[in-house]
Design a binder for this molecule. Structure first.
Ligand code: DMJ
Length: 675
């Protein structure tokens, strides 16, 4: 018997002041045996409930009510927790599916990187965008620093911080919308796509001292003229990409290509221009070609100078701008393959190297090399030594400079055009020019001095002496406009001939003056750039010929500039635009931008090929038929358009001239000890 029931029976009628609920089997047996039907259970419970006192019922009801309230509260808070847990894991899954291996902190703010080749064949034309504000025009000392906005340390290249900015962008439907992009020096880059840091095997290049301050400036908006340069570049690139991809030069009319070294010359020459112009997709596609298809192990003869300034220089500067070690690896490869050129009796390098076989030789008809060629490879090889820690590159090119420094045969610092690789002596003495075969000797004297931190006095001495030589022997004024020009001297006879190539000189003189050299170098630069501009302005197409002859005496109906039939071609050369860029940077005089703008428009008018690309022309004097030559030189993309873009910029930090020195193919390399 169940104990509670026995006690209750013994005590008579149940007392109502305590609770006793007995649901044991014996009770059931005592009330008629076991019956588990639902009706019986309901009846039995109800009977029990009725037997309870009011107090007992109230207590039970209160307990039920209390438990019910607690249940509701805990259900609500657990539900929230569960919901957020579930949502979070869904978000995680979505992010991982969209960008494999990359978790974006906030996908709504930073768009997922696009595949570089997602837009193959799709070249949206850039519509000039209305600038929200007029471009900032900053003048004054070039080390002027701008106010410091907050920094985003996540987005950093090796030499610069990439800043996240909100910019209006054009949607497919032409609407303007706000999209987050990352901008760096005009380059538009999506996050998480900045390139790898250089391999740890490679000596870390010195960081320019003022990088920190440069990091903290506001991005300067791209203006309409710069957009026109971007459009021109894209048009040129479209031709190259469609008809000459991976080859040296585009032949835009025949929609084919020409090969010089078979090394994708135009592509390599254009890499850093794409970076500076912010053409990310084009850059990424070209980078893939460099990674997968650029092979230097080829049985091919290359010109030491041309491959140094275009290929080695292009790879080094692209490495500096992008921080991508691929370009340094390639630069090391080509640098090593060019070294056999220096194995000569005099250590003056041969002009040609077979980069596959490791042999070098002079041209077939002579053992001479060109003076400009052997003395305009130094910026690149010196930088390669600094980056790799291997001094052999610098040693080889420094030896050439030291040797040339000691040579006799100069005329007040002016050098002849040839040097013999056996004897190490100048040959063809008595002819002096600032044009072809000598030009960049003068340019590299100054630029090496600046590159090395203005310490190598012999370089400066040679440069200063040479400029005095130019003033003494080669400067004259034309008639009727009294334009100052640089002629040539041949065995004591002056010739009023000036190559377009000489138009590098105003820029170089201005750079020297900016670096503390005589102020009258700047005066001369101003006079010479006016002349170079007139070499365009006085010609029917507004484009300069390759060579002009100046009139020394006024003749009725004659301009200052005369052009011989053999000289009236234009190869899309950069020198005048290059000097305009330096002049604008150092003076802030808008006329230099306006002159460059005229030149760009004339290139568009007379050299642009509708199906893509630009072409050299044979006759700058015939606007109705300039006689296209069917060739786009690699320097049009490497130099001319790059200098145009920089000329139209008001951002002195877009390749700051106190931090970078341009090689003679417009590839910027860092100054070792920046001013
Ligand atoms: C380029 O290859 C270089 O600028 C070189 O110094 C001279 N010739 C062309 C451009 O005109």
């Amino acid at each position: 018997m169940y104990a509670g029931a026995a006690a209750a029976a013994a005590a008579g009628p149940p007392r109502r002041d305590f609770i006793s609920v007995s649901l044991g089997p014996e009770e059931a047996v005592g009330t008629g045996g076991y019956n588990n039907s639902k009706a019986w259970r309901r009846r039995s419970c109800w009977r029990k409930w009725k037997q309870l006192s009011r107090l007992q019922r109230s207590v039970i009801l209160f307990l039920f009510a209390f438990l019910a309230v607690c249940g509701v509260i805990s259900y609500t808070s657990m539900g929230e927790a569960w919901k957020s847990l579930t949502n979070k894991s869904l978000d995680d899954q979505r992010t991982e599916q969209e960008i494999p291996g990359v978790k974006l902190a906030n996908p709504a703010v930073l768009p997922a990187p696009q595949k570089a080749d997602a837009n193959r064949g799709d070249y949206p034309e850039l519509l000039p965008q209305k600038q929200p504000n007029p471009p900032h025009v900053r003048r004054g000392p070039s080390n002027l620093q701008i106010k410091a906005p907050r920094r985003d340390t996540r987005l950093k290249t090796r030499h610069s911080t990439i800043r996240a900015v909100e910019e209006p962008v054009q949607t497919d439907k032409g609407e303007k919308t706000e999209k987050s992009i990352i901008s760096w020096r005009g380059a538009v880059i999506e996050p998480d796509q900045n390139t790898e840091p250089p391999s740890s095997k490679i000596k870390e290049p010195e960081k320019p001292s003022s990088v920190e301050a440069e990091d903290q400036k506001e991005p300067v908006p791209i203006n309409e003229r710069q957009l026109a340069v971007i459009e021109a570049f894209r048009h040129a690139w479209r031709g190259y990409r469609d008809f000459a991809w991976g080859h040296d030069e585009l032949k835009p009319l025949s929609k084919s290509y020409s090969e010089w070294f078979g090394l994708g010359l135009t592509l390599i020459d254009a890499l850093d221009t794409m970076w500076i112009l912010g053409l990310k997709e084009e850059f990424e596609e070209a980078r893939k070609w460099v990674a997968n298809d650029l092979v230097f192990d080829k049985n091919v003869d290359v010109n030491l100078f041309e491959s140094t300034i275009r290929i080695l220089g292009g790879l080094l500067s692209t490495y500096h701008l992008s921080g991508d070690s691929l370009f340094l690896e390639k630069a090391k490869d080509i640098g090593n393959r060019l070294m056999p050129a220096f194995k000569t009796p005099s250590k003056i390098p041969y002009s040609d190297v077979n980069i596959g076989r490791g042999t070098a030789h002079p041209p077939r008809w002579t053992s001479d090399s060109t003076v400009a060629e052997v003395t305009s490879i130094q910026l690149e090889f010196r930088e390669l030594s600094r980056l790799t820690g291997d001094e052999k590159f610098q040693k080889a090119v420094d030896e050439v400079m030291k040797h040339v420094h000691t040579l006799s045969g100069k005329n007040d610092g002016l050098v002849p055009m040839f040097i013999n690789t056996n004897s190490g002596q100048f040959t063809h003495l008595g002819v002096y020019t600032l044009g072809a075969r000598a030009d960049s000797y003068y340019e590299y004297l100054l630029k090496q001095w600046i590159q090395g931190g203005k310490k190598e006095n012999e370089l400066l001495e040679d440069y200063m002496r040479a400029i005095e030589g130019v003033k003494k022997h080669l400067l004259r004024r034309s008639a009727p406009r009294k334009l100052t020009f640089v002629g040539e001297l041949a065995h004591g006879h002056f010739s009023a001939k000036m190559d377009h190539l000489v138009c590098f000189l105003p820029g170089t003189l201005a750079l020297g003056a900016h670096n503390g050299l005589d102020a009258d170098h700047m005066k001369l630069a101003e006079a010479l750039i006016e002349t170079c501009y007139q070499m365009y302005a006085q010609v029917e197409t507004g484009l300069s010929p390759e060579i002009v002859h100046f009139n020394l005496h006024a003749q009725k109906g004659h301009k200052d500039v005369e052009i011989k039939p053999a000289d009236r071609h234009n190869l899309l050369r950069p020198e005048t635009v290059e000097s305009l860029f330096y002049m604008y940077r150092f003076t802030g005089d808008k006329k230099y931008q306006d002159w460059g703008w005229e030149i760009l428009q004339n290139f568009n008018k007379y050299t642009r090929v509708p199906t893509g690309g630009y072409t050299s022309i044979n006759n700058v004097q015939n606007p109705s038929n300039p006689e296209p030559r069917d060739k786009m030189e690699s320097f049009f993309l490497g130099e001319t358009l790059k200098y145009m873009f920089l000329l139209f910029s008001d951002d002195i930090d877009l390749i700051n001239l106190d931090k970078y020195i341009f090689n003679t193919e417009a590839h910027p390399l860092p100054i070792w000890v920046p001013a």
